[in-house]
Write a protein that binds this ligand. Structure first.
Ligand SMILES: [Zn+2]
Length: 217
């Protein structure tokens, strides 16, 4: 799909985005050509997938071995190719890895694999009344260094308690960040965003590279 060969239906479908100065026809075509590996179709991934498919990201591959989440993504925008596979794998060159699995250690392993291929990573996690999102771009801070500043509670996997809509809040922000990255909109590079749900406060702590990190310069 290029800027010049939208069908009338596509022009209608994406008209609200094409009208945006930040997107336009060129940006919409760029989204249509993009391919994202979306890890986990649970609470945050479902939100991110909905927004990305609605926005016309051309190819979404969902890595999720859990059957119960599949239908939510498969009922989306029929112009978007959604592929489901049981684990992330690296079978093609992704434009982006978006990890919504809330498993920090697994996300860091996947991010290292992505970075070795020059692929940017956006990851999100949550627990209790707080959540986080990190954008790790090659050339900036890596996910290991970004998340070293996270409170200890986030370093556990499968936290048992969470405020209902909490994952979706930064899941939606993560989807927006994915679109900004695909569109090449100005960004501060790698960063960490924390959301304190009890006070409804967002903050982005300054992150330095860990001593001797082989990925950060
Ligand atoms: Zn690093």
């Amino acid at each position: 799909m290029t800027a010049v060969d939208f069908t009338p239906r596509q022009v209608e479908r994406y008209s609200r985005q094409i009208l945006l100065r930040e997107v336009g026809g060129v940006g919409q075509a760029r989204l249509g050509r993009a391919s994202i590996l979306l890890v986990d179709g649970g609470a945050a991934g479902r939100t991110a997938g909905l927004y990305l498919a609605g926005a016309g990201v051309g190819r979404l591959t969902l890595a999720d071995g859990r059957e119960e989440f599949r239908q939510d993504l498969l009922r989306l925008n029929p112009e978007v190719a959604v592929q489901v596979q049981p684990d992330p794998g690296f079978k093609e060159s992704w434009d982006l890895v978006l990890d919504c699995g809330n498993r920090l250690e697994e996300a860091k392993i996947l991010a290292r694999q992505a970075w070795s291929r020059g692929i940017p990573v956006i990851a999100t996690g949550w627990g209790g009344v707080r959540s986080w999102m990190a954008r790790a771009e090659p050339g900036g801070r890596c996910l290991d260094c970004l998340t070293q500043a996270l409170p200890a509670e986030f370093r556990k996997n499968d936290l048992p308690d969470e405020l209902g809509p909490l994952p979706s809040i930064l899941g939606g922000v993560a989807a927006g960040e994915a679109l900004r990255l695909l569109l090449g909109l100005p960004a501060p590079g790698s960063f960490l965003l924390l959301f304190e749900g009890a006070a409804s406060v967002y903050h982005s702590p300054r992150v330095t590279a860990a001593d001797g990190c082989p990925r950060c310069f």
